[in-house]
Ligand binder design. Sequence first.
Ligand code: C2E
Ligand code: CA
Ligand code: CA
Length: 570
Amino acid sequence: MQHHLYADAHTRDAALASAPYGMFICTADGTFDAVNAAFEKLTGFAADELLGTRSFESLLDPAELAKRRAELPPLAAIGARYEGEWTSVRRNGTTIRVVLALAPLVTDSAQTGTVLVGEPARYVGIVIDMTRYALSEARLWYVAHHDGVTRLPNQTLFTERLDMMIERCARNGNGFSVVIAELDHLRKLRDALGLHAAELVLQIVGERLRGLFPNDGTIASISGTQFALLINESGAAAETFATEALGRIAESIDCGGTALNITASIGIVAYPADGADAPTLMRRAGVALSAASAVHGNAVRRFSTALEGQAARRFELERMLREALERQQLHLVYQPQVTLSNGRIAQVETLLRWNHPQRGLISPVEFVPVAEEAGLIETIGEWVIRTACRDAGKLLRLTGNLPRVAVNVSPQQFQRQNLFETIRSALEDAALDPSYLEVEITEGVLLGDTELALQTLHSLRELGVEVALDDFGTGYSSLAYLTRFPLNRLKIDRSFVMRMNTDPQCEALVGAIIAMAHALKLRVTAEGVETAEQAAQLEALGCDEAQGFWFSRPITVAALCNLLKPLGAV
Ligand code: C2E
Ligand code: CA
Ligand code: CA
């Protein structure tokens, strides 16, 4: 029994009166119902100027209130408690910085925690003068528990609340969800717009999420770029909420006159199904979030053990890949691309190979996406460019005969200022004429920072490097892309070539792509040609070049050297 907590009414009134912090009680619309002496002293107003006439909001600085309106929840929406830092205007017009804490008043006849039915709702408020306690514990506590940019609770406070939530739900058997949202391409946004604009975006998104937020939950800013939310739903309602949140975030943001369209990715875990403690729940929410942002972002993913397995394999692959870089387990192979009309090698495409001492050959299909996600593709890509140029220089000296060498370049490599410089210096170091080099890009390049990518491509063309568009037909394949990119060559994806001799429509489509490319003065290469029949069909359709196992599998640089040597040479 906790009788000692419930003093008689007279003692309680006395306690309120002599409490050293400003305290008040208000009705559901915020009108003062009672204030204590410390509150009168703090604000300069006498009780009878406040009671029944003014609301606590009327004591807040109106300009600040207008700006931060969304941060102050309606009283009815406060579940456990609200606290925030505000500027209050005193009777004499001077202002003070205060921490305002609000909580529903629970009458003692309702010790179970529910407000008595039929009794009008009341709220209790505490106001602490922050200027006086500028460096006090309260102030330090506030600073240590809130995010400086969004003013939302930070990781520390979120973890405390998560622990509390787990404790409560473990007792009453309820479930809840942890939802983590992260803006897509935040780094790119920061690079393009600067830190200040990126912070503004975070603030706006924070406000939007708060506006959506169901009554008794918590929304926090964690790890600088993520929002974490606790919601009292463990089922499908969490997804509904998350989808709604994506929609709200996607509404355009006015950033100094420019309309920004931001998307986010969201991961969801449920207590207790996905974990019984905070670290497990947070880790798994992170796994779900990564899965959501892995493809294009703008998606919601719920945690599953299958996702965790994938994440573990990716993590292991990433660790091994870093090791492979150090131990030089990567090498290049070359696949010839043949001119159909005369059988000569027009280009060779460099393809990455990873020979792992225990696991054997690991396919680039498996490790290139991991490298892209782990931020390793720039290092690997630079190594590929340098090695390809060096090999090409050697081949030319040894054979006197060199087809163009095509290098695959990931969209991420275009997001850095220095791709052009990397290529230029690799060519120079290898003493190779730029016309021997070609870059193969995918449509993904145009999904990122288009300006920078286009500028890099134009500079490369000016230098004499050729540009090919890879995997045509698999992505958006928009005609607009073909005219926007400064291209020399189009590569038709293998999936078309595969279906061509069984599907007449597919054959018609390939014919149309070829005609269109020719109209735009582009050469066309068909990928994945595996049979003589396919090769003949492509030649009949007017395709310029072909690449595939029918002509040659990817081969080592030594084998390529033998292939290029003029007949009779040793
Ligand atoms: P991609 O650029 O489309 O490369 C062509 C892929 O098709 C290669 O697979 C090649 O071995 C395969 N191929 C060629 N002819 C045939 C054929 O007749 N039949 C079949 N079934 N396959 C054929 P690979 O070497 O496994 O590379 C896969 C992908 O990995 C590449 O697709 C490319 O997107 C990526 N990749 C490879 N090397 C690099 C690199 O150095 N940098 C980057 N960023 N990506 C690379
Ligand atoms: Ca390619
Ligand atoms: Ca391709």
